[in-house]
Design a protein around this ligand. Structure first.
Ligand SMILES: NCc1[nH]cc(CCC(=O)O)c1CC(=O)O
Length: 334
């Protein structure tokens, strides 16, 4: 970021409060704005018909059956939200050693992609690529001798990516943090006639404590053995996160993500400044839960903190935000 170049005259010639005096003056000099077009809405899918189930640790968020996700997508599109991001809840029975459900054309995500693209073609559908919803141990990749192995996992991720592209996904979101997966997925998409499908890489994804409620939402909490520190980035590391962004762009990512969001605004700013590419932040489940808990207690004022937290990502340089607040924020924006 550049530093201010014009030297400010001394007080009283310089009275910064002059430009804060009225709503009109404040509006004139306001530097960043949030619009519904900045929002991507992450949603949870579940099996069944005509049903919704609330996620206890994420007040206001529910899992929806495929037939119920279609009207939700319709509503989002009508609110001006450009993209919806799908995450499947899988029961323990659907989790296997080989994770084969991950690339089944008939899995929850792929059925939902087809249903949404048919009914609401104008909304972009984004997916998640990682094995955790399908894995018996809740890890994002195959576990051999207690270690999440890389190369065999990447082969499975490629199959998963192709099934999603085949179903009609517009944007693929590899969230697994295996090495080499962006290049492998990009090459497979080109080879199989899906060269137009975009990739938003979860490039700067940290091993965070803020993913807890999400793991409840997708049914991975009880399945998860151990943690994800052998593949997600150490929260202490800035240079490494920037290297991951550079690598994923070189391998063919069209957009990159910083995740979590609020505790990592420094990375949002650094990524945008350094790479000048479409940069997104994921305001994750724990950030959402933390704000909702305080709001429900009357300790914070809901709309104010929601809008302020989202605007902060724009100020930091992000082009957009994945947030569970998306419909509520879009409604508040009018
Ligand atoms: N690959 C799994 C995945 N994809 C998105 C999230 C987190 C999203 C959130 O917390 O809102 C996670 C959790 C994890 O890495 O354990």
């Amino acid at each position: 970021m550049t530093s201010p170049s014009a030297p400010a005259p001394a007080f009283p010639a310089h009275r910064p409060r002059r430009l804060r005096r009225s709503p009109a003056l404040r509006a004139m000099v306001r530097q960043t704005a949030l619009t519904p077009a900045d929002l991507i809405w992450p949603v949870f899918l579940m099996e069944g018909e005509d049903a919704e189930a609330p996620v206890a640790s994420m007040p206001g968020v529910s899992r929806r059956t495929v037939d119920r996700i279609v009207p939700a997508a319709r509503e989002a599109a009508d609110l001006g939200i450009p993209a919806i991001c799908l995450f499947p809840y899988t029961a323990a029975e659907a989790r296997t050693e080989d994770c084969a459900e991950a690339w089944s054309p008939e899995n929850l995500t792929n059925r939902a992609i087809r249903a949404i693209k048919q009914a609401v073609p104008e909304i972009a559908v984004m997916t998640d690529i990682a094995l955790d919803p399908y894995n018996i141990n809740g890890q994002d990749g195959y576990v051999e001798d207690g270690y999440v192995v890389n190369d065999r996992t990447v082969e499975a991720l490629v199959r998963m990516a192709l099934a999603q592209a085949e179903a009609g996904a517009d944007i693929l979101g590899p969230s697994d943090m295996m090495d080499g997966r962006i290049g492998a997925i990009r090459a497979a998409l080109e080879a199989e006639g899906h060269g137009h499908v975009a990739i938003m890489s979860y490039a700067a994804k940290f091993a965070s404590g803020f993913y807890g409620p999400f793991r409840d939402a997708v049914g991975a909490s009880s399945a998860l053995k151990g943690d994800k520190t052998t593949y997600q980035i150490d929260p202490a590391n800035r240079d490494e996160a920037l290297r991951m962004v550079a690598r994923d762009l070189a391998e063919g990512a069209d957009m990159v993500m910083v995740k979590p969001g609020m505790p990592y605004l420094d990375l949002c700013a650094a990524v945008k400044d350094r790479f000048e590419v479409p940069t997104f932040a994921y305001q994750v489940s724990g950030e959402y839960a933390m704000m909702q808990a305080a709001i429900q207690n009357g300790w914070l004022q809901g709309e104010a903190v929601m809008m302020e937290s989202l605007l902060a990502f724009k100020r930091a340089g992000c082009d957009g935000i994945l947030t569970y607040f998306a419909p509520e924020a879009a409604r508040a924006l009018g």
